[in-house]
Design a protein. Structure first.
Length: 97
């Protein structure tokens, strides 16, 4: 609800809480004139059928969005069966710095 004399907020709906949807949400939430809603079909996070490969430009985008420092490599760099694949971090640090 807007106050008397103030402009109504722009209502934005983001459909899907995947990487693109969440990236868009991060940027939209920085705008004070936006009322943001995210809609996601899945009721819970599950490991279903797909892996995500994060390449160099994606890491740069995560850094630009301000979320890079919040990423815990121990929660990302593991296989579906739980074994660690952290040896890949060397590649990440060599490529991204």
């Amino acid at each position: 609800m807007s106050n008397a004399g103030s402009k109504p907020k722009l209502r934005v709906a983001i459909i899907g809480a995947g990487p693109a949807g969440l990236g868009a949400a991060i940027e939209f939430q920085k705008l004070p004139f936006v009322d943001l809603r995210i809609y996601e079909q899945a009721r819970e996070l599950r490991e279903v059928g797909a892996g995500i490969s994060i390449q160099r430009n994606t890491w740069r985008m995560l850094d630009a969005l301000g979320v890079y420092d919040n990423i815990d490599p121990s929660t990302i760099f593991s296989a579906a069966d739980g074994h660690s694949v952290q040896h890949r971090l060397v590649d990440l640090f060599l490529a991204f710095g």
